[in-house]
Design a protein around this ligand. Structure first.
Ligand code: ADP
Ligand code: MG
Ligand code: MG
Length: 380
């Protein structure tokens, strides 16, 4: 989806639409994002700052106006909150306005572009390698939810409708099974049964949400580790990639971050024995996350975090197998059975998480208690 072809765009025309000081810039593809096309715009004039320019993926995001309204709404709120304690220019993305009065513009090809200040001396990692990073990841996404917990979720549009709606994903899965359009069903009956047998359990967050037990919040919904920027000391600087910030349940963000952090192997690992749980990284992330969210999470939400930890790999397995049954039309595949291999790897991760469910719940609980005790001791 993201091919970063620097030559294909008329950057002079695009940059001219933004409210920035005119000048000469070096333009290079940047980062390892998979959704948008990202470029660094380096000014040749040292007194002018650098920028991060993105072509927004209009095939993934159908409502660019709504998406950018969300981003403006959320970044304004974050800036106001952070101004009281920190440096909003460093810790929140700063959008650059266009001459059309909006925060995005269109080029002659109909592509949509937006720009933010480039945050220097930062790094994003695709993989978490130590507990300090995991702790910082937990702090980052926990703080993000906390800073937004006083905003009305219904003020935001759903930038990808039903993105983390398991009922919707299972509906698509069942259709793919029914249609069996590339005649792969008989070869994956075991995987299909494995996933369908868990369908009711995996609906719990949604049911509790519908019953009003779990409150709808504003969540990030793409809590991959490379969607935070750390400073040179591996301390959190900024949460980025705000395209999917929309109403959701807190457990979605927790579960999706854990899905990659806790897995010792890549998402598409072929050797299922190589997939193991990295418990210290789980513990560190949980500690960081709770250190920020403990004051607003309800007891039901605290309990739901583990539901998110199993739901997110499950949902990913459902989506991979759906795509396999549909003939690999959504995810990029590098070999014919790639989606099936991905499905099996997520299923294996799920098996391990199910087997260790109690232990992981206990870790969350003891982190929570430790926090409460430290607050009590500090107050005494
Ligand atoms: P995608 O949706 O394609 O993942 P992201 O918004 O995550 O796009 O951006 C891709 C990468 O660009 C990030 O992983 C990060 O490395 C880098 N990046 C994004 N915004 C900034 C910024 N304001 N300053 C510095 N680097 C950034
Ligand atoms: Mg990203
Ligand atoms: Mg993204």
């Amino acid at each position: 989806m993201n091919n970063n072809k620097a030559v294909a765009y008329n950057f002079a025309d695009i940059l001219a639409q933004f409210d920035i000081v005119e000048g000469e810039f070096n333009i290079k593809p940047f980062g390892s994002g998979h959704i948008n096309d990202t470029f660094i715009i380096q000014s040749k004039n040292k007194r002018v700052g650098d920028y991060l320019l993105q072509k927004i993926n209009r095939f993934v995001f159908k409502d660019i106006d709504g998406l950018m309204d969300n981003m403006v709404y959320v970044t304004n709120h974050l800036k106001q909150k952070i101004a009281r304690t920190g440096d909003p220019e460093k810790e929140v993305l700063t959008l650059i306005k266009c001459h059309n009065g909006k925060y995005y513009c269109q080029d002659a090809q109909g592509e949509y572009w937006r720009m933010t200040n480039f945050l220097h001396n930062t790094k994003s990692y695709d993989l978490v390698t130590n507990t300090k990073q995991a702790l910082q990841g937990g702090i980052a996404f926990g703080r993000f939810q906390t800073l937004l917990c006083d905003l009305q979720p219904d003020k935001l549009v759903h930038t990808i409708p039903d993105f983390l709606n398991i009922e919707y994903r299972l509906g698509n899965f069942k259709l793919a099974i029914q249609n069996d359009c590339v005649k792969r069903l008989s070869s994956v009956q075991y995987e299909v049964d494995f996933l369908l047998s868990r369908a009711t359990n995996m609906n719990e967050i949604l049911q509790l949400g519908k019953a009003g037990v779990l409150p709808l919040r504003i969540t990030h919904n793409d809590t991959k580790f490379n969607n935070i920027l750390l400073d040179q000391d591996d301390e959190i600087q900024c949460v980025i990639d705000l395209d999917t910030v929309m109403p959701g349940y807190v457990a979605y963000d927790f579960g999706d971050a854990i899905r990659s952090i806790i897995n010792t192997a890549p998402e598409d690992e072929k050797d299922l024995n190589a997939i193991k749980l990295n418990i210290p990284l789980f513990e560190a992330f949980a500690k960081g996350y709770l250190s920020q969210t403990a004051f607003f999470l309800t007891s039901s939400e605290l309990k739901s975090l583990m539901m998110g930890v199993v739901l997110l790999p499950y949902m990913q397995a459902v989506r991979f197998l759906t795509d396999y049954l549909e003939g690999d039309i959504y995810y990029k595949t590098h070999f014919p059975e790639h989606n099936l291999q991905r499905t099996r790897a997520q299923m294996q991760l799920l098996r391990l998480l199910e087997a260790d469910y109690q232990n992981l719940s206990d870790i969350i609980q003891s982190q929570w208690l430790a926090l409460k005790n430290s607050v009590k001791n500090a107050a005494a």
